[in-house]
Design a protein around this ligand. Structure first.
Ligand SMILES: NC(=O)c1ccc[n+]([C@@H]2O[C@H](COP(=O)([O-])OP(=O)(O)OC[C@H]3O[C@@H](n4cnc5c(N)ncnc54)[C@H](O)[C@@H]3O)[C@@H](O)[C@H]2O)c1
Length: 284
């Protein structure tokens, strides 16, 4: 595998823009691809805004910010990713769209470029099968928000090569992240553990007739959690949690993975947590 100097990021939504930001901050040249010029400009604007906020907080020099911003280009043409050494895909969580994209990336990118997906719930092996060079496909699963969360799960699919896998680890480290190595199984590591655990917590609300406030207090004061489960699910987004639970349940068929009816009803009622102003708690 070539040494990584230029990273392509496909999809500059919540995750892709964050990944592009940490990449330019780490000194990589980045080519970001979105589906319209408007979305390219919006993402570049958000990245510039976050970097300026870091300058205002004294976390980044103004010159370093300008240099980082200068390393970012955006495009709507996938062909512009031809020179990238690593491409990180962060488009919508739909298998069909990802398969189509990886087949295109294989056509466009150099044979020694590593292709990574940031998927949370799809199989990296299945995505890799869209190409005839599955050895260069890996998972790089960042956490939201990517600029703040230190962990990246580096996911080895069935046919990933050692070189591609280690390239993912090296790049994550250079980004200032902490990589953990794992195989391609549903939920990888964190979501495989956390999602059923949070579902248990939500079931306990009804079983033990405990309030969300008291459950959060119980888990922070009694189990040392940094944040209570209801606060955490509100922060993640009730819709995002339900979707992730459904995806895990579909794959593993373990009852604990299934979203409890209470949280599905909340999602259906538009109580999405912090982002909608109301979830387990009410936000101003
Ligand atoms: N949001 C999270 O908490 C989170 C955490 C980890 C991983 N992920 C994964 O990251 C990926 C992206 O999630 P997100 O929350 O950033 O979604 P998002 O909807 O915020 O962003 C997706 C972006 O991709 C763009 N897009 C769609 N098709 C494209 C294409 N062919 N080429 C270029 N751009 C395209 C869309 O215009 C959109 O801006 C998903 O696979 C998701 O599972 C999400």
């Amino acid at each position: 595998m070539a040494e990584v100097r230029t990273i392509g990021v496909v999809g500059l939504g919540a995750m892709g823009a964050g990944i592009a930001q940490v990449s330019i901050e780490a000194g990589y040249d980045v080519v970001g691809r979105e589906v319209s010029t408007g979305l390219c400009d919006a993402a570049a604007g958000r990245i510039g805004h976050f970097l300026t906020r870091k300058v205002e907080k004294g976390q980044l020099g103004a010159q370093a910010r300008d240099a980082a911003v200068g390393r970012l280009t955006t495009t709507t043409a996938l062909d512009d990713l031809a020179a990238c050494d690593l491409v990180i895909e962060a488009i919508v969580e739909e298998l069909g769209a990802k398969l189509e994209l990886f087949a295109e990336l294989e056509r466009i990118c150099r044979a020694d470029a590593v292709l990574a997906t940031n998927t949370s719930a799809l199989s990296v092996t299945e995505i890799a099968a869209a190409t005839s060079s599955a050895e260069r496909v890996i998972g790089m699963h960042f956490f939201n928000p990517a600029p703040l969360m230190p962990l990246v799960e580096i996911v080895r699919a069935e046919l990933s090569s050692d070189d591609a896998f280690e390239t993912g680890c090296i790049v994550a480290e250079r980004m200032g992240k902490t990589p953990v190595r794992c195989h391609d199984t549903p939920g990888f590591v964190v979501n495989r553990v956390l999602i059923p655990l949070l579902n248990d917590c939500i079931r306990v609300l009804d079983e033990a007739r405990v309030t969300p406030e008291d459950l959060d207090t119980a888990m922070t004061r009694g189990a040392g959690w940094p944040m209570g489960p209801c606060t955490l699910v509100d922060l993640v987004g009730i819709d995002v949690h339900v979707h992730a639970s459904e995806a895990l349940y579909e794959k593993l068929r373990e009852p604990r993975m299934a979203p409890p009816p209470r949280i599905v009803a909340m999602r259906n009622a538009g109580l999405l947590g912090r982002k909608s102003g109301r979830g387990f708690y009410t936000y101003e």
